[in-house]
Design a protein around this ligand. Structure first.
Ligand SMILES: Nc1ncnc2c1ncn2[C@@H]1O[C@H](COP(=O)(O)OP(=O)(O)OP(=O)(O)O)[C@@H](O)[C@H]1O
Length: 890
């Protein structure tokens, strides 16, 4: 057996091998030592007394799923090796084989907590000729399959992070930089060298154009087939996608804006998803996340969603009914996956039936609403009636979990099954009759006919009545403390009959169940399309519900560049602090105002104002309504942020390095249609470095990029930039002092802030009085020093100015000298030319009645006359003289 074990284990060196022996799964050797530690199992040994005992641990086969879950969750692979024949019938060694390789990316057993999460498996392949990556991903439980071509490590990392994949399949060595980053975030790298090209794979990649896309998707599919070894007919045809089809945000931006995860807690509470998630189904929950990860950039697509939200918002009663029906719709997408895998059970089918039963009702309600706004979804609400009716006819309303122990198929669905059941039921009746008969014959009133799994059917007599037992017919079977159990030839005969009927009916039930499952499998594409429509409807109703609850409005989206958000609010902060306490603010930007430089005390609301805008844009481009009184928003192509807590987990770099990298991303890739948010740019380094960098970055954005940019700063010197940069506008978040205390107004107003109030904020934070007093003293002395420094700077500037003036007059003098030289040279030239003309009169000059000069000569003279010698550089003058001479010579 150990030889068989080792042979199989050699094929799965990087996985835990769970090896089935009877009712147990066992782990051996290294797997056992490591597994026992992780799974908290008792480590024992096989061949204990031998020289080389084999470490071993195990678990009952019924509990295996829990242990697989733990290992896969920790990023390991598990190969499940099962017995391929009945050990009672096997000759020699029981045949065993790996029936599934469970990996972090192919894992599909999701509990309730994972219902709204996707588990993506990704694949990556570098094309050195084009310097791009082929990228594909699949979600095994839902069948989603997508492919793209990505440029650069950063975009690969962005996709991988935004999908939150746990496993990447590659064909060979990966770029070291990416590999390091993948390792840092705990992504498992799996290798798949070969590619299968069978019909099923070719069908799934039929829509992909480039060989790279086809290759990477086929490789991913091959890996799935090799590891899963089960039916995957629910996988959808691969869809090519481009990250540029969506509003682009890198991972840090999503992280910093807390779209899906709270930075502090890592949880959903306090995120945009938390506010928006009023979905009623798991499919809706997953779709909402996808929409949030990828807002749209196509105006008409966004408007389509907006119109659907408006329609649902306008029809409270219908929306309410839809919600109540959606609650009863189970995870159709994953149920379809389970049907395909063959892992569906009777209870799953009842869930499927219950879900399908809601569809005609939902469809009816949608039919009452405006077809222009909800027609697309209405059309996709296919109730897949044949599947519903089949389950209704075939499957018990409350079936057991197991599909092999009977009790799953309804009466009257199959005649043969009915006949077995008759035999069993009559058999039970027969036993009841037997009990009555034997009581009468023996006179034992409490005689019982019963059944247990070990001893089968028996007649039980209590000890006090044993003297009444007819010794000739009754054969002793089992002794209990107070009773004896017997059998009779008559009982044995019937027992055999009943057991046979039970056994046969179980086998038949299983066969019927598989047939029903296969019939449903023919409808998987329809079920998936329905699931998609239900998910969209669910997200749209969630948008409508939330918009109504928080009084959000429909923004007007434009392809222009003007932005006008009146009384905008931050959805999360407003929810936390209450509508009454939140101070709404406007954001007005256009061609003339492209950069808002925000100043104001700490804690006044600068970050909130910037984040508010980013979230508003994301919500608007998702098709959701937004928290504002009115809004016109241009469609953005990308959002770049440099905000607060940077995620340097992946990069392992310093905060300042991350800050500069994020700024660099914006400077490299932003367009006039992008939104840039810089929160306290340059604060991570020495003041002058930071300020200089901030100023240079602002100038660059202003002069070269023209993206809409919000910048908050504590460097008050930067507010002077509005004098030199016409498209930059100063705004500040107001605060006032009342009786020595700071009062935040949270209102954004025009112009720069006058003071920082840092010490006031420290006071609010409750710092000890001596610290505050000392800080005030230091501040006064610094301000005084600053004044001295300012004077010094003034003096220095005067000195510099006088040097510049000196140089200037020197330059002027040398210019005058040059001018004189030039005049002399020009006069000399014209004199020589006159002499030449006199010696060799040309045709034109001889014909000319005037001075003997032709029109080209006049042009030269005109140019010479119009040249302002003082404003030209000597070099330019020399060039002109050269040009004129050349023309005259001609
Ligand atoms: N518009 C608003 N209405 C009401 N409260 C607000 C508003 N904006 C911000 N706040 C409150 O002020 C707090 C601080 O805001 P925020 O972090 O944006 O300040 P900040 O100016 O960026 O501070 P710092 O300069 O210290 O980073 C928020 O947590 C919130 O409670």
């Amino acid at each position: 057996m150990m030889r068989q074990y080792q042979k199989i284990k050699d094929q799965y060196p990087d996985a835990f091998l769970f090896y089935r022996i009877g009712d147990f799964f066992e782990l051996f050797n290294e797997d056992a030592i490591k597994g026992a530690r992780i799974l908290e199992l008792t480590l024992t040994a096989r061949n204990h007394s031998s020289k080389h005992p084999i470490p071993m641990c195990g678990m009952p086969h019924r509990a295996v799923q829990d242990y697989v879950n733990i290992l896969v969750d920790k990023g390991y692979k598990v190969a499940i090796c099962d017995q391929m024949e009945d050990p009672r019938l096997a000759k020699g060694m029981v045949k065993r084989a790996v029936v599934q390789l469970v990996t972090p990316g192919t894992y599909t057993e999701s509990g309730v907590e994972n219902a709204k999460n996707n588990n993506y498996l990704t694949a990556l392949e570098y094309d050195p000729k084009r310097d791009v990556y082929g990228f594909a991903y699949a979600e095994l439980s839902t069948g989603e399959l997508k492919t793209s071509v990505l440029k650069g490590n950063q975009s690969v990392l962005n996709e991988v992070m935004s999908l939150q994949t746990k496993e990447v399949v590659v064909n060979g060595p990966l770029n070291q930089d990416l590999l390091n980053k993948f390792h840092k975030i705990g992504i498992l790298i799996s290798h798949q060298k070969t590619i299968r090209t069978e019909a099923e794979t070719s069908y799934l990649i039929q829509n992909l154009k480039s060989p790279l896309e086809r290759n990477i998707t086929a490789r991913l599919l091959t890996y799935i087939h090799v590891t899963q070894k089960r039916d995957l007919s629910h996988l959808k045809v691969a869809v090519p996608y481009e990250p540029t089809q969506y509003l682009k945000m890198d991972h840090n931006t999503k992280y910093n804006l807390e779209l899906l995860k709270n930075i502090r807690t890592g949880k959903k509470t306090g995120t945009l998803l938390w506010i928006l998630d009023a979905t009623k189904t798991a499919m809706g929950g997953r779709k909402l996340k996808r929409w949030l990860n990828r807002p749209l950039i196509n105006k008409s697509h966004i408007e389509k969603r907006q119109n659907a939200v408006q329609e649902l918002l306008d029809h409270y009663y219908e929306r309410n009914q839809i919600q109540n029906l959606l609650i009863k719709v189970y995870d159709l997408e994953r149920l379809a996956g389970k049907v395909s895998f063959g892992s569906v059970n009777g209870r799953d089918l009842i869930q499927l039936k219950t879900s399908l039963a809601q569809i005609p009702k939902i469809r009816y309600i949608l039919g009452q609403l405006d077809p222009k706004r909800l027609g697309d979804i209405y059309k996709k609400m296919d109730p897949v009636t044949n599947v519903h009716d089949l389950i209704q006819r075939a499957i018990m309303d409350e079936p057991p979990i197991s599909i092999t122990d009977g009790g799953v198929i309804k009466d009257h669905y199959n005649k043969r099954l009915d006949s077995y059941r008759d035999a069993m039921n009559n058999g039970r009746q027969w036993m009841a009759n037997l009990q009555a008969k034997e009581r009468k014959i023996t006179g034992i009133h409490n005689l019982k006919v019963g059944f247990n799994h070990v001893f089968g059917y028996y007649i039980q007599v209590t000890k006090v009545n044993l003297n009444k037992v007819p010794e000739d017919r009754y054969q002793r079977k089992q002794t209990l403390r107070n009773a004896e159990r017997f059998s009779t030839p008559e009982l044995k005969k019937h027992e055999a009959l009943i057991l046979e009927a039970q056994e046969k009916s179980k086998t038949l039930e299983y066969q019927i169940f598989v047939k029903v499952r296969n019939a449903i499998k023919q409808n998987i594409k329809r079920l998936q399309s329905l699931a998609d429509a239900v998910a969209s409807l669910d997200v749209l109703q969630a948008f409508a519900t939330i918009s109504e609850k928080y009084r959000w409005i429909k923004p007007k989206l434009t392809n222009g560049s003007d932005m006008r958000i009146i009384d905008g609010r931050h959805p999360v902060v407003e929810k936390v602090m209450g509508h009454q306490s939140y101070v709404p603010n406007d954001v007005v930007m256009n061609k003339d105002t492209q950069i808002l430089l925000i100043t104001g005390p700490n804690m006044s609301g600068k970050s909130t104002y910037m984040r508010q805008l980013a979230l508003t844009v994301i919500m608007a481009q998702m098709g959701c309504f937004i928290p504002a009184k009115s809004a016109v928003i241009p469609i953005f192509d990308q959002i770049f942020t440099r905000i607060g807590a940077a995620d340097n987990l992946i990069a392992g770099q310093s905060t300042f390095m991350v800050e500069m990298q994020e700024s660099n991303e914006a400077l490299q890739y932003a367009t006039p249609h992008s939104l840039i948010l810089f929160d306290e740019l340059g604060r991570g380094t020495a003041t002058y470095d930071g300020m200089s960098l901030a100023q240079a970055i602002i100038e660059y954005v202003h002069n070269h990029i023209h993206a809409k940019t919000l910048l908050s700063t504590h460097y008050h010197g930067l507010t002077e930039l509005s004098k030199t940069l016409p498209h930059l506008k100063n705004v500040h978040v107001g605060a006032t002092e009342k009786n020595g205390n700071l009062v935040f107004l949270h209102k954004v107003e025009d112009g720069p802030a006058d003071k920082s109030y840092g010490i006031h904020v420290a006071k609010l934070a409750g710092l000890p009085k001596p610290v505050l007093t000392r800080a005030s003293h230091i501040l006064s002395s610094l301000e005084a020093k600053d004044a001295v420094a300012h004077n010094k700077y003034k003096k220095n500037s005067q000195a510099v100015n006088s040097i510049v003036t000196q140089k200037d007059s020197q330059y002027r003098k040398s210019n005058q000298k040059l001018r004189k030289m030039l005049e002399e040279r020009t006069a000399d030239l014209s004199r020589r030319r006159d002499q030449q003309l006199a010696l060799f009169p040309t045709k034109s000059s001889s014909n000319s009645k005037s001075s003997g000069l032709n029109s080209r000569d006049y042009k030269v003279i005109r140019e010479l006359k119009n040249t302002d010698l003082m404003s030209e550089t000597p070099m330019a003058l020399m060039n002109n003289v050269y040009k004129w001479q050349h023309q005259i010579k001609k």
